[in-house]
Write a protein that binds this ligand. Structure first.
Ligand SMILES: *[C@@H]1O[C@H](CO)[C@@H](O)[C@H](O)[C@H]1NC(C)=O
Length: 469
């Protein structure tokens, strides 16, 4: 006989009612189909409305719900002492324990959010104070083109000008100046930027082999455990209504990952203020997503199905299985996390990095039609996917990173799809926060984007002499 336990939690009615659990009742009945139905019913102080509470009130509500669940757990575990333990009850008990820990997590998350809100309010208050106490500047500072300042919150000298103009120069300083909105040093920094002549080195005027990866620059640290790992990106060929400055982010901790956050630019990402939150129609697996030509490309959870989600229409524009691709832990990168299928974008288009049974776990690279998601061509390497930490594509070449934890590791292998040849490399690479869960190349910014232990970071890269487009 199957036992069905229904928990009726009248949670929103429990706010601030001490001893509410005293009036809780566990009822047992038949649902008419030969199954037992257990109902757990709690009286509430209010009949009609469930008011919307925010912040601290929500935390209180969660506390009440947890107390309630604890009571129920105790009851299910010990209440029926003397009678034989029924298998259905055991199952129900497990369920309740699961729900309890979920609530505990929710509570933790909400507490953090409350703290974060307090912090923001305090920041804003201080900012207001500061603005009040300060006279207006006499002369406007030398201005920089819009594209520059919007690109990098750090205002890395030499960096923004490089980033704004595609084939531009190089970031001359690996140090990140600390960024505070309204920091007096910032105006000076901006002035400096205009004075630095655009470097004329030819290292990134075209495609070439990767010769160096610079120090990571940190853009944002995630606030909650949901952001321990994730994927963040900018569209190298952005489409209306979103411009090239738009930053996209998915926190990928959890089993039902469906939220896509959009930030107007890197400054807004740094401040943590999204302007767009999209709910994806299907859950995302892992950190392999890519943004390209106005669509988010991602792997649907627990499947080898690739999805093209079009941002402008907020609909699924294409979906297709990646033939024979392993998924959900069959061929992940060494850090795990179901990183079986990794989508990548470079100067030549859209790629999938994955493996198959036939390839016996070796990395397979597929070139995809970005419109239909059809596989155009595949290449098989002899690098075992689960031995490397991550991989990315630049100019039609696959690169692998040896370790995701070592602070000093290397890009240790490349595979050229033009020749079908692989070669060992040793280009130094830093995992500053010791848990790098995603590394993707952006061909427009000519940078690597990575998510390292809560931190969204990016790396400038140097490419060798132009060899082919
Ligand atoms: C790259 O590093 C990984 C992890 O240490 C290792 O298994 C692999 O053999 C290396 N590849 C090359 C070509 O050295």
């Amino acid at each position: 006989m199957q036992l069905l336990v229904t928990l009726l939690l009248v949670s929103c009615l429990l706010l601030g009612v001490p001893g509410a659990q005293d009036r809780a009742a566990l009822r047992r009945g038949s649902d008419g189909n030969g199954r037992c139905q257990y109902s757990f019913i709690v009286d509430g102080p209010l009949e009609a409305s469930c008011p919307v509470h925010a912040g601290a009130a929500e935390v209180e509500a969660l506390k009440s719900r947890m107390t309630l669940l604890e009571a129920l757990v105790a009851r299910l575990a010990g209440g029926e002492a003397g009678t034989a333990v029924r298998p259905g009850l055991q199952e129900a008990y497990t369920k309740v324990v699961e729900e309890k820990s979920q609530l505990q997590r929710d509570k933790g998350r909400l507490s953090t959010q409350v703290q974060e809100l307090h912090r923001r309010v305090e920041d804003l208050r201080q900012e207001a104070e500061r603005l009040k106490s300060r006279p207006c500047p006499q002369a406007p500072p030398p201005s920089t083109p819009q594209g520059d300042s919007s690109l990098r919150p750090g205002g890395n000298p030499g960096g923004p000008s490089h980033l704004a103009s595609k084939p531009g120069g190089q970031s001359s300083s690996p140090r990140e100046p600390s960024w505070h909105h309204g920091n007096a040093g910032y105006l000076e920094l901006k002035a400096e930027v205009t004075e630095v002549p655009a470097p004329t080195t030819e290292h990134n005027t075209g495609c070439g082999e990767l010769v160096a990866v610079m120090e990571p620059e940190t853009h944002r640290k995630a606030d909650t455990i949901a952001g321990k790992y994730g994927v963040w990106m900018q569209d190298p060929e952005a489409k209306d209504p979103f411009g090239p400055d738009m930053v996209w982010r998915i926190n990928t901790v959890g089993s039902e990952v469906r939220q896509l956050f959009g930030y107007e630019d890197l400054d807004q990402l740094a401040r943590g203020f999204p302007t767009k939150v999209l709910l994806l129609p299907e859950a995302v697996e892992s950190t392999g997503a890519a943004m390209y030509r106005g669509s988010l490309y991602y792997q649907r959870r627990r499947s080898r199905t690739l999805i093209r989600y079009e941002l402008a229409t907020e609909t699924v524009a294409a979906r297709r299985d990646l033939p024979h691709a392993g998924f959900h832990g069959q061929f992940p990168y060494s850090w795990g996390g179901y990183t079986d299928i990794d989508l990548a974008v470079d100067e030549q288009g859209l790629w999938a990095i994955y493996s198959t049974n036939k390839a016996k776990g070796a990395i397979v690279v597929a070139r995809l039609d970005p419109h239909s998601l059809e596989v155009k061509k595949t290449w098989e390497t002899n690098i075992r996917k689960n031995m490397v930490a991550n991989a990315f594509m630049i100019c039609g070449r696959l690169y692998t990173v040896a370790s995701y934890t070592l602070s000093d590791t290397t890009v240790n292998y490349s595979f050229d799809t033009a020749t079908g040849q692989g070669q060992a490399l040793s280009v130094p690479f830093k995992n500053r926060y010791s848990y790098n869960s995603m590394i993707d190349y952006n061909p427009d910014k000519r940078r690597l984007y990575a998510w390292d232990n809560y931190h969204m970071v990016s790396y400038d890269v140097r490419l060798g002499r132009q060899q082919r487009a």
